[in-house]
Design a protein around this ligand. Structure first.
Ligand SMILES: [Zn+2]
Ligand SMILES: [Zn+2]
Length: 166
């Protein structure tokens, strides 16, 4: 009797999941960016709210050289000029040797990237500080706290359908 009752309960909760699937968390363990302006635009144009946690955690910020892609969502809003190597990596699959060669040639002919290292550092820090402040304000206003980085990493892996590394 008890078993069948539990079965029924299971069935009901499965049906509930179908009718009202749990909202996905969109928090991140890390966010990559090409430069300060790129980071600013990513933070402006991607969702700032998580349906589960309220505030959307963006994780650790990592600088990435301009020839490499970012997360798919961020590549769509990245304001940086196109780079032949990045276009090649994001281009039609499978990647070919011809494409590799053409992209390398085009990259070699590109002018050197020039920027002021110290200015870039200050700008990037200011943008990250503003993000942290936004999170603190949200916490004060709502009385909610963000889960730990470890917890976020677990969620990200779960979303990817994989087990987190130990
Ligand atoms: Zn979340
Ligand atoms: Zn960019």
């Amino acid at each position: 009797m008890r078993t069948s009752f539990r079965n029924l309960e299971n069935r009901i909760s499965k049906l509930e999941m179908l009718i009202q699937p749990p909202e996905p968390c969109n928090c991140r363990a890390e966010t990559r960016y090409h430069n300060s302006h790129c980071l600013l635009i990513i933070l402006r144009k991607t969702a700032r709210e998580c349906p589960v946690h309220g505030f959307r955690e963006m994780g650790f910020f990592f600088w990435t050289a301009r020839q490499y892609p970012l997360l798919e969502e961020d590549d769509e809003v990245c304001p940086c000029p196109s780079h032949p190597w990045r276009s090649f990596l994001l281009g039609p699959k499978p990647l070919t040797w011809e494409g590799n060669y053409a992209a390398t040639r085009a990259w070699e002919q590109m002018p050197e990237e020039t920027y002021h290292v110290e200015d870039e550092r200050l700008l990037t820090e200011a943008i990250m500080d503003a993000y942290t402040l936004e999170q603190q304000h949200w916490s004060q206003k709502t009385g909610r706290r963000m889960p730990s980085h470890k917890e976020i990493v677990k969620q990200v892996w779960k979303r990817a359908g994989e087990r987190p590394p130990r």
